[in-house]
Ligand binder design. Structure first.
Ligand SMILES: [Zn+2]
Length: 143
């Protein structure tokens, strides 16, 4: 995961919205439950629509580096075109301004798409009870 900014989680149990840390984002990505930092309940992203939205974030993370490359290429091409006399200085300036504008609009849109709040549902801890009974029966067997 390269996206870590702007993604928030909302705990359905204690009703607190918090910024998700990289390890929590990783846990969500591999659909592994993790503890709420406030109420210590085990949380999981169970909404399939939000899970799809979350997985699509990887594509939005690629917008930044690919736009940087594209903008640089267009700026260099425009500069070379002006040097060899294909376009005028004004033409070169216009092309540069337009590509810079497109660059910033694309980054703004990508950032807007990355700003989501995930509704995290508390999952019932089934396993610990099973483990407790196993530990209890093992202890009883020892005595
Ligand atoms: Zn909580």
């Amino acid at each position: 995961m390269t996206v870590t900014i702007g993604i928030k989680g909302h705990c359905a149990h204690c009703d607190i919205t918090f910024e998700l840390k990289p390890w929590q984002l990783n846990a969500i990505a591999i659909e592994e439950p993790f503890d709420c930092p406030y109420c210590q309940r085990v949380l999981q992203l169970s909404c399939p629509r939000q899970l799809r939205q979350f997985k699509a974030l990887d594509h939005w993370a690629l917008v930044h580096p690919s736009m940087a490359v594209l903008t640089c290429v267009v700026l260099i091409v425009a500069l070379v075109a002006e040097w060899v006399g294909l376009i005028s200085v004004i033409g070169q300036l216009n092309v540069s301004l337009v590509v810079l504008l497109v660059h910033f609009l694309a980054l703004r849109y990508a950032r807007y798409r990355q700003r989501i709040t995930l509704d995290l549902q508390a999952v019932l801890p089934v396993l610990p009870v099973e483990q407790l009974t196993r530990v209890a029966s093992a202890r009883l067997g020892e005595q």
